[in-house]
Design a protein around this ligand. Sequence first.
Ligand code: SF4
Ligand code: SF4
Length: 113
Amino acid sequence: MTKQDIYSKLSHTASAIIGDRCGIQTSPDGRVSCLDSRAKGYVIGCCCNGCPHLSNSGCTVESLACRLWTCFTFQKNHPDTTKALMYVSAAARNAGIPHAYRMSKEENFRGEE
Ligand code: SF4
Ligand code: SF4
């Protein structure tokens, strides 16, 4: 199994673990919010704000680091999920899988292998 294969496997695992627990919602007027943005009293956006890979229908790339990262609000609301994601994160680190935030799989492996 190549590092790219492991990257995808861990991404899928992390996605399955996190599921829809970020509570992403689109209001009738088209505004997008998540657990964290609502907890902070504003309803627009989430941790993807400003990312070049963000489209109107969500993330357009496979980003392992983004599947693994969670904000403090998420961690407080979902401690067991956070713990499970930490195990996946450790597996990625131990296997030497490059995974930078806001980077696609292709960007992470540019110049590798
Ligand atoms: S790459 Fe990360 S920050 Fe960018 S849209 Fe995808 S999940 Fe959000
Ligand atoms: S990790 Fe936090 S800020 Fe990012 S989408 Fe989930 S709840 Fe929102």
